[in-house]
Write a protein that binds this ligand. Sequence first.
Ligand code: ITT
Length: 200
Amino acid sequence: MVRRDSPRLSLSFVTSNAAKAAEAAVFLEAEGIEVHPVVRRLPEPQSERLEEVASAKLEAASDLPGAVLVEDSGLFVDALGGFPGVYSAYAFRTLGVAGLLRLLDGYPRGAEFRTAAALRWRGVKEVMLGAVHGQIAREARGTNGFGYDPVFVPEGERRTFAEMSLTEKGSLSHRARAMMAVSSRLRELLARPVSESSKK
Ligand code: ITT
């Protein structure tokens, strides 16, 4: 739903992954929030919590003015005790989707995609979470999206994320759910009086 009644908001989305910014934009732009992608690979600390990684990425982007958004995401597979989770990028590079399918051979397929989105605006820094539960498919299907999309089937669907359009995935994914929280928080902050020191 486009909120034509509210003032126009904009934010910088810092990521090395253009597909992430495009997906976030599907949700945020529909909410009347303009998304400016800033292509940068931010350092990620070794941590067992997505929230900590997202906070550290936000710190690393402290030179950018205005509203700044970063996020860290991961796939948490139930039968693997949450692996690859915060190690999703490493597991993707080393095992790949085929390796994940081999690891899960004969095991239950439940998994959750999670996003921790860290927002800084008007002196406030906050981390918001979004998650979607689903199943790891038996084989890779679809060519859209990126990363683990060809093997993740969100709850209530038969198709993998990679078989969905950008708009479909961008409206029901873990990222969309985190962006919903980001959008509400931005509106709350917009409604608050601003001190001179936090205007930037
Ligand atoms: P950043 O620059 O924003 O960090 P990235 O692609 O490195 O971009 P993450 O560290 O958050 O992003 O991602 C960890 C891994 O999880 C990486 O291999 C991604 O491809 C994968 N991943 C993240 N979100 C995903 C999604 O929505 N669908 C499929 N795979 C995803």
